[in-house]
Design a protein around this ligand. Sequence first.
Ligand code: NDP
Ligand code: 2IT
Length: 446
Amino acid sequence: MDARVQQFMAMIKAKNPGENEFHQAVQEVAESLIPFIEENPKYRQAKILERLAEPERTIIFRVPWLDDKGDIQINRGFRIEMNSAIGPYKGGLRLHPTVNLGILKFLAFEQVFKNSLTTLPMGGGKGGSDFDPKGKSDNEVMRFCQSFMSELFRHIGADTDVPAGDIGVGGREIGYLFGQYKRLKNEFTGVLTGKGIEWGGSLIRPEATGYGATYFAQEMLATRGEELNGKTVCISGSGNVAQYATEKVTQLGGIVVTSSDSNGFIYDPRGIDPEKLRYIMELKNVKRGRIEEYAEKYGVEYFKDKKPWIIKCDIAIPNATQNEINEEDARLLVRNGCICVAEGANMPCTPEAVAVFLNAKILYGPGKAANAGGVATSGLEMTQNSMRLPWSREEVDERLHTIMINIHKTCVKYGTKEDGFINYVDGANIGGFVKVANAMIAQGVV
Ligand code: NDP
Ligand code: 2IT
């Protein structure tokens, strides 16, 4: 490792002990940025990287709620307000038992660069709780969300901090959170995105992350004269991002052969067609069942406790969680002929896996670029809320598509190497950095 990166990381690790995912995310960015900052000393003098790695504000709070048996449950709530140089804090809420400070700091850190790449005026934040929605009744989820918002409401606002969904937070949870915010503040404002279409939500927001990742993959493929049509695609996850990545890939002629959850994956060599996708959506969004049931319904193979990366594919789109592709998975993907990896999830590849993809010079699109379509469309929802005017499906999709094309252009601008290889990691990190860094310098030592 570069000595300057090593020195910087020693400081980060000493200041943030035990926050492994945060260290991982910061190191990846530092490796791209430190050489760039050396060439642009104004950023070094202003200590921009050091400031970026320190949240502007971290809020941690108790979330007590009553379960259906009348017993008291206690969870921990978080909101990391990472950076507001270019707009109000913006980023999702994650509800998952693994949630802790280090995971949310990694996500908030990534969000700052991602939001900058969208070209929209949004700072970076992230929040959530170690609450596990699995197996909870609707009423329990509602009581949790109401308790969570009873503290969070005093820290957020349409011009201050605008949360949205992430793992474990979809339309149902945003509804309960919004209802409680409105009740406490007595105002109907765009304080959350991912709202229902009847009460201030944007068309295409549910689809946006998966569609956006697919548009980004299309752009990457085009740099090598390739297209999605006819390609075999492995997708992990079966939640929001996975569902709409599957839909868009299929619309563009790709064949999605896998779907997964935390218990295993299904392999459907004939492809998950629109009718089968409708079944997955009903299974996951309404029945809240397991992907294993797909294997029973359609008579295909189910691989318990396995990840889809053992299946031969041209393109991989990981959409579940951090570090779901390790070095061994990456080697297998490359050996099996995979030419493109587009990250729908945040940091789904370990640093060793990323190194395998970069060394093999395949197309590798990191999450902060490839999955930025979700937050970009959240930004479009904020715009519509401010105007109090909704846009049509076509208008939002067109804007999303244009934003993804522009993010790709930014990556090409900052990531193209002397031999013509596009390093999208450097491209996204440097491209996301410049605007935030210049804004921070303009705003003084804050
Ligand atoms: P959902 O909760 O809708 O779906 C998550 C999916 O991933 C489920 O299939 C879930 O399986 C699986 N999963 C979650 N955690 C794990 C784990 N620890 N191990 C194995 N599988 C797991 O979340 P989203 O689709 O919204 O989010 C997926 C990824 O995309 C996350 O990394 C998120 O940060 C990222 N993302 C989301 C955006 C959005 O707009 N929603 C925007 C940008 C990125 P199970 O049901 O068994 O838990
Ligand atoms: O990781 C992400 O970009 C999200 N979960 C979406 C954030 C948002 O504010 O829409």
